[in-house]
Design a protein around this ligand. Structure first.
Ligand SMILES: Cc1cc2nc3c(=O)[nH]c(=O)nc-3n(C[C@H](O)[C@H](O)[C@H](O)COP(=O)(O)O)c2cc1C
Length: 174
């Protein structure tokens, strides 16, 4: 069984999750940045491809949106980090948006998403917005504060477990 863990990450949150999943399958896995793929044939020959991306304006980030339509007949797992809560509609929607651009010959075996700390740059930008901007509301500020510690060790453990389960269940045929 061979696992390829692909990821794209601007500020390191999604990379942390990717590394945790990679560690889970170490010895039978490869870790690679989505951006580094030059030719799609480079990622042939893996039984599972787990793809990590950050949520960018409600969509999977650009390198991932470029990669997804090129995949054919793959067993996939998707994982992501975002500023919003992992139980928000935005979180659910992003996987649907990933699925929309995938060829139907692929199979998504499972998905995982958790919150990721918003970058210092974004925090600065938000702080410069007018005080009545919705992004500066109490609710949004609290959400970002909660996000500061994510992905945390529990998120990483959950990601490892979910992707391990995907492979184990598949091997057992259920
Ligand atoms: C350009 C940009 C757009 C973003 N858009 C969203 C968004 O639409 N929804 C959201 O919940 N978080 C959004 N975020 C927050 C990131 O998804 C979040 O901080 C993520 O954990 C970053 O992952 P990374 O550290 O792997 O780059 C955005 C961040 C950036 C920089």
């Amino acid at each position: 069984m061979k696992v390829l863990v692909l990821y794209n990450s601007e500020t390191g949150n999604t990379k942390k999750v990717a590394e945790a999943i990679y560690e889970e399958f170490k010895g039978e896995a490869k870790l690679m940045e989505t951006k580094s793929i030059k030719d799609i044939s480079e990622i042939d020959g893996y039984e599972y491809i787990f793809i990590g991306f950050f949520v960018d304006k409600g969509y999977p980030d650009e390198p991932t949106m470029e990669l997804l339509p090129k995949l054919k007949e793959k067993k996939l797992g998707l994982f992501s980090t975002l500023g919003a809560y992992p139980y928000s509609m935005q979180a659910f929607r992003v996987f649907a948006r990933a699925e929309e651009v995938l060829d139907k010959s692929n199979r998504i075996e499972g998905c995982y998403i958790c919150q990721g700390r918003v970058s210092d740059e974004s925090l600065k930008r938000i702080a410069a917005l007018p005080p009545d901007d919705p992004k500066r509301s109490k609710k949004s500020t609290l959400r970002r504060e909660i996000g500061m510690s994510h992905p945390d060790s529990e998120d990483l453990e959950n990601a490892r477990k979910i992707f391990r389960n995907i492979v184990d269940r598949d091997l057992k045929g259920f």
